[in-house]
Design a protein around this ligand. Structure first.
Ligand code: 4HQ
Length: 250
């Protein structure tokens, strides 16, 4: 997959792109990230890419022209399918695992990192095909959101994670939160590893993990349960914990 990132701070990506799984995916040729400095497309000699808002008010607005020129430079018309042009914005659709899976099926993405009070509305109207938010809080720029998207998408690309189930078995792919994990030693400062995990009984371990994932999700993120495929055994278990809870707090 190729990802073009339009940014005024390309240096923010250096550590991210040269670390761990993202670095390896790039070395393996599974991910190619092309950092485009929006300032290279500024018209005035000061390389400004922002200006005052029409109508007045505080702050500055990112100009349309440098972003249009940058995207047009990336799409000289040769590419048959137009890649998604994604703007990072708190007004976008909330990013989730389903969107990461969808984006991971694309050959090419263009990510636009905004700054200042936002971007000229004509960028949204005529350039952007999708707006994505990584959460309900305000950041100084779209660079961290772009890295979040690249990270979540890259681990889903074929061959990037060692085991092929590695990416699919995890919590959000199953729709549930993760079960508790333990490693050596068996006893740490008086805290013991649950006996069942040492039992070697794989059917019991599977059931325990499923129940832990169900209970955690029920307690912390009950909203997620609505979209999970629950077996009759899962339903019986959830009935049981909710009955126990009702008895504990009448
Ligand atoms: N931004 N999810 C860029 C965000 C944001 C978010 C604020 C985007 C500043 C200029 N982007 N503008 N949350 O907070 O995507």
């Amino acid at each position: 997959m190729r990802v073009d990132v339009l940014t005024i701070f390309p240096e923010m990506f250096t550590g991210f792109l040269n670390t761990s799984i993202i670095k390896r995916a790039r070395e393996q040729g599974r991910l190619e990230v092309n950092l485009v400095n929006i300032r290279a497309y500024a018209r005035n000699k000061h390389r400004n890419v922002d200006d005052y808002p029409f109508g007045g008010g505080p702050g500055m607005v990112m100009q349309a022209e440098p972003l249009f020129l940058a995207v047009e430079d990336l799409l000289p018309g040769g590419e048959a399918a137009r890649p998604p042009v994604i703007l990072m914005s708190p007004q976008g659709e909330a990013f989730n695992q389903g969107m990461a899976e969808e984006l991971a099926r694309e050959e090419h993405l263009i990510l636009i990192c905004g700054h200042y009070e936002g971007v000229d509305e004509r960028v949204r109207l005529a350039l952007v095909t999708r707006e994505i938010s990584i959460g309900d809080y305000v950041l100084t720029g779209g660079e961290l959101p772009a890295m979040v998207i690249i990270d979540a998408v890259t681990r889903l690309l074929p061959g990037v994670l060692g085991a092929p189930e590695g990416a699919r078995e995890d919590s959000f792919a199953m729709g549930l939160l993760e079960y508790p994990q333990y490693t050596r030693p068996r006893s740490f400062r008086g805290l013991e590893v649950p006996e069942v995990l040492l039992s070697g009984n794989h059917e019991q371990i599977r059931r325990w993990r499923r129940q832990q994932a169900l209970e955690r999700t029920w307690r912390r993120r009950p909203d997620l349960l609505a979209r999970v495929n629950l077996s009759p055994e899962d339903r019986r278990f959830l009935e049981e914990i909710s009955r126990r809870e009702r008895e504990r707090t009448p």
